[in-house]
Design a protein around this ligand. Structure first.
Ligand code: F3S
Length: 397
């Protein structure tokens, strides 16, 4: 890779050991993927936070990096969800051992200058790139969102790569940073009107077909689609396939520039495909003992709509809605938290049903309205899931 004089100095250790190690990681990535040079980035989003996924070795690696007090993120950078709600872990039933380890990981990231709001929807709380910005993000659902809905440019980075990029303020220039790799590869005509969990089912079905390609959706004539629907769709595409970028005709900012007219590969999706995929996403038809929403982390609008559903009622199953502390603060101010808590539910911060050690809490069936959660909860936690809209998952007294 070509290095500028400044990059040579970073790579030679003139700015300290952590910057040197970070440049090693980035140069290795650039060599593997054939990048000719680096590009400066405007933000980073770093995964590899939960003690469940990175363990003791990950904790020690981060604590070692954080010993170098000169090494700090050089651009705005945020963290992916952790393994527990950092403030309310005890109330939710997580162990002190796990919570202590988790706090040490988050502290190490903080020392490295990463903003420790632990969320997979940082674009809802201020880590918002602009159209065309080069960035380095690692949470797959967030990558799909910023590439597609905002039109920023990132590959699906691993945690160490995104951390190295946060520290150096650079990433190798390849993949989705380049125009030629942002062309659509599959046209998807959706011939049915979608609502709620249908968006996750659509993403799940198409992710399996398109793999790491770029799907281009045309929706039915009267279809409405919100930013929350787009985040649900992207998370599902990113988890069942390895989608980093998708287009929706008339909705996403780059849809006119992706060469759809040249596409030969076309699939159609109708209501029976959606119904079949929804059924496949459940591993149990029993009632959920925990309904866990907010995958990706909930927006204020999603919390508001949940508050409307549960207002004045008592829920029989446990209910968590996962989000960032920032969105929870707004929900507190708006009175939604109180409504949800009065009904017996919890707004859970910093974590989610996949990266938390939820298998230790004794739940048998988790109710989810996210195809990503339905995909990962059985494989990562060994627990059954029921996939449906929230109205059908909650049981009231
Ligand atoms: Fe976010 Fe956890 Fe889902 S990290 S996208 S809430 S699996």
């Amino acid at each position: 890779m070509f290095l500028t004089p400044e990059e040579e100095k970073m790579s030679n250790g003139e700015y300290g050991e952590t910057i040197r190690k970070s440049m090693d990681i980035l140069i290795a990535l650039g060599d593997i993927y054939g990048a000719e040079k680096f590009v400066d980035i405007s933000s980073a989003q770093v995964s590899g936070v939960s003690y469940k996924t990175i363990g003791q070795a990950g904790l020690e690696y981060l604590e070692d990096l954080a010993l170098d007090t000169k090494a700090k993120a050089s651009i705005p950078s945020t963290l992916n969800p952790a393994g527990v709600d950092l403030d309310n872990w005890e109330e939710l039933g997580f162990s002190e051992f796990f919570a202590n380890k988790q706090n040490k990981i988050v502290d190490a990231y903080g020392k490295l200058g990463i903003n420790t709001t632990c969320t997979c929807t940082p674009y809802l709380i201020g880590n918002v790139p602009r159209f065309g910005d080069h960035i380095s993000w690692s949470e797959s659902s967030a990558v799909a969102y910023v590439n597609s809905v905002i039109g920023a440019r990132t590959n699906r980075e691993g945690g160490p790569g995104a951390l190295a990029a946060a520290i150096c303020g650079k990433t190798p220039l390849y993949g989705f940073h380049l125009d030629e790799n942002r062309k659509a590869t599959l046209k998807v005509n959706v011939d049915t009107e979608l609502k709620g969990a249908d968006f996750g089912a659509l993403g799940y079905a198409i992710g399996q077909i398109v793999k790491d390609g770029v799907p281009y959706f045309t929706l039915s004539e009267n279809q409405k689609i919100s930013n929350d629907d787009l985040k649900t769709l992207g998370a599902a595409l990113a988890s069942s396939g390895a989608v980093a970028l998708y287009q929706v005709e008339g909705v996403t900012p780059e849809y006119k520039d992706v060469g759809v007219e040249e596409l030969k590969d076309v699939v159609s999706i109708d209501s029976s495909d959606i119904k079949e995929t929804r059924a496949k996403l459940s591993t149990s038809d029993k009632d959920a003992d925990l309904v866990c929403l907010g995958c990706p982390h909930a927006s204020l609008a999603e919390i508001e709509s949940l508050a409307e559903i549960v207002k004045g009622k008592k829920i029989k199953n446990e209910l968590w809605i996962c989000t960032s502390i920032n969105i929870k603060a707004s929900a507190d101010r708006m009175g939604y938290t109180k409504i949800i808590e009065n009904a017996g539910g919890h707004i859970v911060c910093d974590t989610c049903m996949v990266v938390a050690p939820i298998e230790d809490l004794g739940y048998k069936v988790i109710g989810v309205n996210s195809a990503k959660a339905a995909n990962y909860v059985p494989s990562m936690g060994g627990i059954d899931v029921k996939y449906d809209d929230v109205e059908n998952l909650l049981i009231f007294e």
